[in-house]
Design a binder for this molecule. Structure first.
Ligand code: ADP
Length: 202
């Protein structure tokens, strides 16, 4: 703890507690954390999931790599240290949403076990639903949604996950969806089957 931190007293006695907010919203707040290679389908699935949740009366917010990196994390790059700090801040933001009673759907490559473990630790295991969005590298590269793989192959992007930076296969995920083997709807259905019972208020 730094000298300055010693003088900071976080407020834990909000006017409305998390539980009261959850009752107000008629939902349990959770973090649905989508991890996987670029182009694996995280953003696509997140948009469908948000729609499905809203249609059931649940309030959810997508947190996406691109909007976070152009906003709050615009000072961070893709070195291992910056990737760690990127996810640390995102996990803290997700925690703020949790305390507002809001579900977040997080789309971040989050490439290493250490990074995912850190996020789980900050958020709390009970609220953290880890989904491994899996499509083989060659399929993601074929999709090349943003043209990033071809740029990485040409050497124009340094430290690109799957090409010149590692992606460690998740070991502790709650669910793996193979987006190369079925339609979007199938993956969405699998995620909802897992997440809805954890969102519903008893
Ligand atoms: P990411 O957010 O992981 O980088 P995107 O969602 O931006 O990936 O891109 C995934 C691409 O793969 C989209 O063009 C999407 O239409 C396509 N796709 C094909 N099948 C699926 C599926 N089953 N689930 C998700 N995306 C799929």
């Amino acid at each position: 703890m730094t000298e300055t931190n010693k003088n900071i007293f976080p407020v834990h006695h909000e006017i409305m507690s998390r539980e009261e907010k959850e009752i107000f919203l008629n939902q349990r707040a959770r973090v649905i954390w989508l991890t996987g290679l670029s182009g694996a389908g995280k953003t696509t699935l997140a948009k469908h999931l948000e729609k499905e949740l809203v249609s059931r009366g649940y309030l959810a917010q997508i947190l996406d790599g691109d909007n976070i990196r152009t906003g709050i994390n615009n000072n961070l790059g893709f070195s291992p240290e910056d990737r760690y700090e990127n996810i640390r801040r995102i996990a803290e933001i997700s925690k703020l949403f949790l305390h507002c009673g809001i579900i977040t759907i997080n789309c971040f490559i989050s490439p290493t076990e250490e990074i995912r473990e850190m996020a789980r630790h900050i958020i709390g295991a009970e609220d953290f639903i880890e989904i491994y969005v899996n499509a083989p590298l060659n399929i993601c590269e074929e999709r090349d949604v943003k043209g990033l793989y071809s740029r990485a192959r040409r050497g124009e992007i340094k430290e690109f996950t799957g090409i010149t930076a590692p992606f460690e296969v998740p070991q502790k995920h709650d669910l793996e969806v193979r987006t190369d083997l079925g339609p979007v709807e199938e993956s969405v259905k699998q995620i909802l089957e897992l997440a809805l019972p954890r969102i519903a208020l008893e």
